[in-house]
Design a protein around this ligand. Structure first.
Ligand SMILES: Cc1cc2nc3c(=O)[nH]c(=O)nc-3n(C[C@H](O)[C@H](O)[C@H](O)COP(=O)(O)O)c2cc1C
Length: 198
């Protein structure tokens, strides 16, 4: 395993290992991608001010989020198709969140089912549900989330219009993905990913 010192190292590694269509899905936004770039740029503007000669004892970021004790007030946000970035991706992410002590939010668009994630974790996780016309399907998913003891529900309300994601259109990221020649050739350059999926 290479030495990972920051998120950029992980991005470079993912670009090498993950098939183009799934890498682009995670590393892009819709239309001009202006909001996507602004999101990163805004975070870069935040500077932390160093203080010296102050008492450093008993510092803690631990708190509570929606009834859960957490090590710090952050969570792993719901990310669709995480299981296509790496085999069992949702399970790996949920286990990492559990080990670190922060909440994991499982996306409606996950590859691993909520039952799979529950079977491989002990900490409760949060389930993300899209607001859909089919209320029966929604009720069914809420019932499943209740059965696997999800601790909270995140309701996502922005699915009325699906964003036009140009890279996904060009890469043939449809359900199921288009087996174009370019995609098949690209897959052949990702043996580690293929082995994991197999
Ligand atoms: C690749 C990708 C997939 C996402 N999939 C979902 C999803 O399935 N459900 C959802 O509610 N939000 C989804 N989101 C939105 C994120 O959960 C999050 O709200 C958003 O990225 C803003 O947080 P950030 O500033 O930490 O990126 C996705 C975001 C990205 C970048």
């Amino acid at each position: 395993m290479p030495v990972i010192t920051n998120i950029e190292d992980l991005r470079v590694l993912a670009e090498k290992r993950v098939p183009r269509m799934f890498y682009d899905y995670a590393d892009s936004g819709s239309w001009t991608e202006g909001t996507y770039r602004a999101n990163e740029a805004d975070f870069q503007k935040i500077k932390l001010r160093q203080r010296v000669a102050v008492n450093m004892e008993n510092r803690s970021l631990a708190t509570q989020m929606v009834g859960l004790d957490v090590k710090m007030p952050v969570a792993i946000a719901p990310v669709g198709l995480t299981g296509m970035q790496s085999a069992d991706g949702e399970i790996k992410a949920a286990r990492a969140a559990e080990k670190f002590g922060i909440p994991f939010i499982l996306s409606t668009m996950s590859i691993c089912s909520m039952e799979d994630v529950a079977a491989h974790t002990t900490a409760p996780f949060i389930y993300q549900l899209y607001m859909m016309r089919d209320r029966e399907a929604m009720a069914n998913m809420i019932e499943r989330a209740r059965k696997v003891k999800c601790s909270a529900l995140v309701l996502t309300l922005d699915l009325q219009v699906i964003g036009q994601r140009h890279k996904d259109l060009k890469n043939g990221l449809t359900a199921p993905p288009s087996p174009t020649i370019a995609n098949i050739i690209n897959l052949m350059t990702k043996p580690r990913w293929c082995l994991g999926m197999a």
